[in-house]
Design a protein. Structure first.
Length: 223
């Protein structure tokens, strides 16, 4: 796995310095995996302020997550408000028509077990691999997702997307710099701010664990 990380990190080393040289006012949008690590690498190589280096994060996964959640209680996906952070599913932040998801299910007398919620999250994580196994690559979904990010930036929409941003000092993450997928407002200058979503103690710990995992990889890259 570490060899793969090193190979992936080689790409921005070749591209980013030239982008910075010929387009010094640009905003970098990183799409390649592992996206959080490569966004950090691109940021370090560019010398840009953190708001101008953005990773695609879990923007696509969040859309898949929304669809699967809406499918279970049989509601319109547009009525489901959600946030996902990295590979952590934030069940406490999900609502349907403004009502917390678990309360909504209880009111509708829809039975749902913890195992069912875990299976929904697992489907989201494994969906890309399933597409690759079926047709050999992914293209349309990630293309559509990146288009939505670019549109928000170019049109200065100030829309919130779960994207890879510098996570230091958010949710108790301190120490070394690390990029994680957080709900960020995007506009013409890049990241305008990060939404402070309420997390449970368990979710905060899962987020910190994810940060530590990424930091372990970054430290071995020697950047």
């Amino acid at each position: 796995m570490l060899d793969l990380q090193h190979a992936a990190a080689f790409l921005p080393r070749c591209i980013v310095p030239k982008l910075v040289k010929y387009s010094p006012e640009c905003i970098l949008l990183i799409v390649s995996n592992p996206v959080d690590v490569l966004t950090y690498v691109a940021w370090k190589l560019s010398g840009f302020s953190a708001n101008r280096v953005i990773g695609s994060g879990t923007n696509l996964d969040s859309s898949r997550f929304l669809f699967l959640i809406a499918d279970h209680p049989d509601v319109n996906a547009q009525d489901v408000q959600k946030v996902t952070v990295l590979s952590v599913a934030l069940w406490s932040s999900i609502s349907v028509g403004g009502i917390p998801l678990l309360s909504f299910l209880e009111r509708q007398q829809i039975a749902i077990e913890k195992e069912t919620l875990e299976n929904i999250h697992k489907q989201v994580v494994q969906s890309a691999y399933e597409v690759i196994n079926l047709k050999g690559y992914t293209s349309w979904a990630i293309g559509y997702s990146v288009d939505s990010l670019a549109y928000s930036i170019i049109r200065d929409q100030r829309k919130i997307h779960p994207v890879s941003v510098l996570a230091k000092e958010f949710y108790g993450i301190d120490g070394d710099d690390v990029f994680l997928s957080l709900p960020a407002q995007l506009g013409r200058s890049g990241v305008l701010g990060v939404t402070n979503v309420h997390l449970t103690d368990e979710e905060i710990q899962q987020l910190k664990n994810s940060a530590n995992t990424i930091l372990d990889v970054q430290n071995q890259l020697g950047i």
